[in-house]
Design a protein around this ligand. Sequence first.
Ligand code: SF4
Length: 692
Amino acid sequence: MAAAIRTTCAYCGVGCGIAATPSGNAREVTIRGDEAHPANGGRLCSKGTHLGETVGLEGRLLHPMIGDRRASWDKALDLVAKRFAETIAQHGPDSVAFYVSGQLLTEDYYVANKLMKGFIGSANIDTNSRLCMSSAVAAQTRAFGEDVVPASYEDLEEADLIVLVGSNTAWCHPIVYQRIQAARAARGTKLVVIDPRRTETCEGADLHLALRPGSDVALMNGLLAWCAQEGLVDKAYLADCVDVPEGFWDMLEQGHDLWSTANACDLDPARLREFYELFAANPRTVTVFSQGINQSIRGTDQGNAILNLHLATGRIGQPGAAPFSITGQPNAMGGREVGGLASTLAAHMDFAPENVARVGRFWAAPRVAAKPGLKAVDLFRAMNEGRIKAVWIMATNPAVSLPDAGTVRAALEKCPFVVVSDVIAQTDTGAYADVRLPAAAWGEKDGTVTNSVRTISRQRPFLPLPGEARPDWWIVSEVAARMGWASAFAYDTPADIWREHARLTAYQNEGARVLNLAAQATLTNRAYEAMEPFVWGGQPFADGRFSTPNGRARLVPVRQMDLQGPLPDWPLTLNTGRYRDQWHTMTRTGLAPKLARHREEPLVEIHADDAVRFGLKAGDLAKVSTPQGASMFRVALSDGQRPGEIFTPIHWTDQISTGGRTGLLPRPLVDPISGQPGYKSTPAMLARVDTE
Ligand code: SF4
């Protein structure tokens, strides 16, 4: 048997290390946790454990395809380059777009971002990470001056209180949850879960606050107002390190007493007070937040309400005290580092003229984008309106995963030229492609990823590239060369790209920013191959200095928005999320039969009161409708749901089933600052489906 190859998990942003041992026979591999990896220390969750069952060639796209016909790489790449160049010449750089993915490696992301922003001259490159963490990015940038998560997994082990907000950690970040449980067993760490649903994460928690969906700002502001009243605000820290806008404390004095807050959040005041007192008694607090905060039409404000609380009480920059945004995807963080969002330029830089000039010099680029591009939902809306005329979608499935997927499909149908590079031959999005390009999959890819806590790890190949599959960075570079920019994209290996990315982070750094990979810029190929997981940024903000021009963090005044009550035709509120053993649109987890045992079909979870109200019982089929669309689900009764609120999973697609297609249901409404869609509260209706 061959030696184990140390790589990183294909799934979530926990970023667990994996030791993969190929057997030497047709793509068989043994998977175990990498004991030396700092994220997991050898542990794996169910998804990671079954990765070995997903590396076969069933359903793989193995050759370039133009329409339904197999084509040579030369022909396919020539066509992509020609159609993009013609579209740009005729309609300008903003008539084309890339829509990429947190599944891409940092090196893939870097090259795609460089081509679009530096050479095509548009910032119309956005990523499906927009859907999972862009509100946290915006909140951190507002508060700290830079998108930095100031936390580590070790903080969870040093905290006395862990608050999980809008996060079903037990299912969605299982190894983080295991670390939390181990810390609780070892040192009695208190655990509070704030979530409208009573999920598996709540089992054994010291306190669960099932707040009204969308009332998180009221809750955090209420706690901060109480801290101010009780003398728990760290005045010395504020004086030394944080700018407090005029009127900030006055704002908190109005309507944030315990009773008003409990009323706004629909919580028992006694339980709310219990939370406040736990917070007061445990200065070593880590507040972990995830999609319940981010996937909201006020996601950025909700994030800042949490950051305000930590800054005002000085619970940041010290062991066991931090606000902690955890990311969904394996390389959401790496994409942020290279600037693979339409709202950033490169290497944590925005579009300030000096940054545009700096990046232009570094890349020797002819026309660097000077303004932000279209964010995910807006990008497909622009396509629907005929303003995007050529799109390249890499490693993602927006025809299922974007809100109001029916409109996204209409946009793809209208778009004159659609390229999809993916590992899967048949996806809901691929059905609209003029050209499909076979990409390297996990186990074949070679590069780096960054997890939720800024740990950069290698993804190493342990299987040969099948058929004509190629790495994403190679495909993008070949198109760039055919568009006339061969010398700027003349990479031989991912290590070449890594060194260039590292040089750029240092080139832009003027001593004030946390992301600086200067030490990596001269790495040899051999050292890149042998790279051990490492963290950038150390313990950010430990010295009380932030990345703003004056070095001080900022409190951001945020107010609770008015929450819409039930509508006459749409009396329910739909919340969406993940199952423990599935990942996104199941293109990989669907290949591991054991993972289907946990939940064999998509369920709509409803409270017993709603079952009576809508004439339903467990096991019935029900149609869930929203103004955007409808799909059918099996009914499951759950006393973890608040009455009036229902939950469906995000995973099922046209390729898998005729029902359970949650993607058709959410509203295409987004947070005005981050552009992240609000998947967590869509007005909905439920009706029994008669099967006789
Ligand atoms: Fe993979 Fe996430 Fe599970 Fe770790 S917790 S094994 S990264 S899916």
